[in-house]
Design a protein around this ligand. Structure first.
Ligand code: URA
Length: 262
């Protein structure tokens, strides 16, 4: 594979693109034994690149957008169970991991990469990266629930949740719910039977949160007396699931796509 020398070196951890360009221009770099001074020249990834005589070990930085299907574990590898990384069509990539986690029954946007810096940036609590979820919620949403989400909720943690924006999109019929389940390949016979007994109201909602606490969305709705019966993440930062993407589909992202996230 051909790649620009400055990208090759930046991916290998030799600093920012401008720092590595400087190293090249000042004559610190050789490619296959020949001194080079043009940082944007293309080289083969199998080339031997030395900086002041020390070999550079290149690791391709990859990004995948997965429309996570239900029933799959959000982890790198698991001895027993299929994970989101097992869905990536590059079986030898042991370096990939998901950025954050979605519950086994949650579907939607999951970024899979080997870029630890990006992952830290997106998950750091101080960064407040917005995560948008669509959910189907069973039960009566109390009057003024949007304000309660905005004010912060006690979900049993040390601190209340940070302000979250809730939008009630409307009521959902049983048929619409079952259709949504079918589209996501989720078997819902059992849950539907128990729902029918209680005959709760089903609502479709959209929620934007900036934290990533364990089961956060489900616990927020529990705190107002409702339960989440379907959960899908539709965006993280400025990256959204494309309209034409289907559950289980994976797309390789470009650096430009990733640039949109921060
Ligand atoms: N909140 C949840 O409750 N579950 C998820 O998978 C993600 C956010």
């Amino acid at each position: 594979m051909q790649i620009r020398l400055d990208k090759y070196m930046a991916d290998a951890g030799y600093g920012t693109r401008s720092a590595v360009r400087d190293l090249v221009r000042k004559g610190h770099v050789t490619v296959n034994g020949v001194q080079v001074r043009t940082p944007d020249q293309k080289i083969d990834t199998a080339s031997q690149v030395l900086v002041d005589g020390t070999q550079v070990f290149y690791e391709e930085i990859s990004y995948y957008l997965l429309y996570k299907p239900a029933g799959i574990l959000s982890a790198s590898r698991d001895g027993r169970e299929k994970t989101v990384v097992d869905l990536i069509p590059e079986p030898k990539r042991r370096d990939l991991f998901p950025v954050g986690r979605l519950d086994r029954d949650t579907v939607g946007l999951l970024l899979i990469t080997n870029d630890g810096k990006l992952s830290n940036r997106l998950l750091a609590p101080g960064k407040h990266v917005e995560k948008t979820y669509r959910a189907v919620v069973a039960g009566d949403l109390p009057e003024g629930v949007e304000d309660r989400f905005l004010a912060g909720l006690d979900i049993g943690d040390e601190k209340d949740t940070a302000p979250a924006r809730l939008r009630i999109l409307g009521e959902m019929s049983e048929e619409q719910y079952l259709d949504c389940m079918r589209q996501h390949g989720i078997e819902e016979e059992n849950r539907m039977a128990s729902l029918k007994e209680a005959s709760p109201r089903l609502s479709e909602v959209e929620l934007v949160i900036t934290e990533g606490r364990f089961h956060q969305v489900k616990r927020m709705f529990e705190a107002v007396g409702c339960s989440v019966i379907f959960l899908k993440r539709i965006s993280m930062g400025k990256l959204s699931i494309p309209e034409d993407m289907k559950p289980g589909e994976i797309r390789k992202l470009t650096e430009e796509d990733i640039g949109k996230m921060s």
